[in-house]
Design a protein around this ligand. Structure first.
Ligand SMILES: Nc1ncnc2c1ncn2[C@@H]1O[C@H](COP(=O)(O)OP(=O)(O)OP(=O)(O)O)[C@@H](O)[C@H]1O
Ligand SMILES: [Mg+2]
Length: 259
């Protein structure tokens, strides 16, 4: 084998092994410096995985998630996307690749279609009605035989609005979705719809999902790996079917109370 070819193959191998997101000794103090919110989080998130994050309230789950697309500024060399320090990336393009879906959807003024078109429009791209319809369908909203696209965002149920928020995010072709309790405000049917849409996006498009949830059952339905966060640290990383084997006393207590 020629050495050039050998190098190329090695490069490909390295890329395949490289985590999608690498977190290395990530720390955060409260603004007044009195509280250590994150105490040196280190974890690799493989590409295409569904990673669940669970842990007691106030343990730092949302803070951890928000570092990954720089909703706060982590110190350099503590978060990497495809091997690149996220502090060296343009914040807006990072947020297109690593997008956040919040607990409560905040739609912009205007119609459903206006919302879905928003991101591409910022880059001078106008999505066709057909493209808008496809994005809505990916978020489990069938608008083919209704005028759903033309409805005002203000007239939607929370479950519908959350799926429109998902479609709006998908219009930016994200590679990673950060989900902070995305279904905690939804009824069981809307929850099932969102879960189904997210799992399809993961399976069909290889989008990596990192999801904070207080529902152990939801994590067991969806995740490949679960990080248990206690007091600003990842105390254990387990497969969803191994959660009952957690060792950390606080993690055990949390799991017992949650199940
Ligand atoms: N900017 C800040 N300044 C001071 N304290 C903060 C700040 N942001 C978060 N905190 C504190 O950091 C801790 C972690 O908060 P965080 O919101 O990440 O927890 P969480 O695990 O997401 O909790 P929950 O499950 O209730 O959503 C809490 O004690 C919170 O009060
Ligand atoms: Mg939170």
């Amino acid at each position: 084998m020629s050495s050039v070819l050998e190098h190329l193959l090695l490069d490909v191998e390295e890329q395949q092994q490289q985590p999608k997101i690498k977190i290395k000794n990530l720390r955060k103090e409260s603004d007044d410096g009195k509280l250590e919110i994150l105490k040196g989080i280190t974890v690799d998130i493989p590409k295409g995985m569904v990673v669940g994050i669970i842990g007691p309230s106030g343990s730092g789950k949302s803070t951890l998630l928000r570092a990954l697309n720089r909703l706060w500024e982590p110190s350099s060399s503590s978060v990497f996307l495809d091997g690149v320090d996220i502090c060296n990336l343009d914040a807006l393009s990072l947020r297109r690749k690593v997008a956040m879906l919040f607990q409560l959807p905040a739609l912009f003024e205007g119609t459903v279609a206006d919302n879905v078109r928003y991101g591409p429009q910022l880059r001078g791209i106008k999505l066709t009605d057909d493209e808008v319809g496809k994005l809505l369908l990916m978020a489990d909203l069938d608008s083919s035989s209704t005028n759903f696209k033309d409805k005002s965002g203000a007239d939607l149920s929370v479950g519908q609005a959350q799926r429109v928020a998902l479609a709006r995010t998908l219009a930016n072709s994200p590679e990673v979705l950060l989900l902070d309790e995305p279904t905690s405000a939804l009824d069981p049917i809307s929850t099932e719809n969102i879960e189904g849409a997210l799992m399809k996006l993961n399976k069909n498009q290889g989008i990596t999902l990192i999801m904070v949830s207080h529902s152990i059952k939801q994590i067991q339905r969806m995740a490949d790996l679960v990080c248990l966060v206690v007091d600003g640290q990842i105390v254990e990383v387990l497969k969803p079917n191994q959660l009952s084997q957690a060792h950390h006393p606080m993690a055990r207590r949390f799991l017992e109370l949650s199940s």
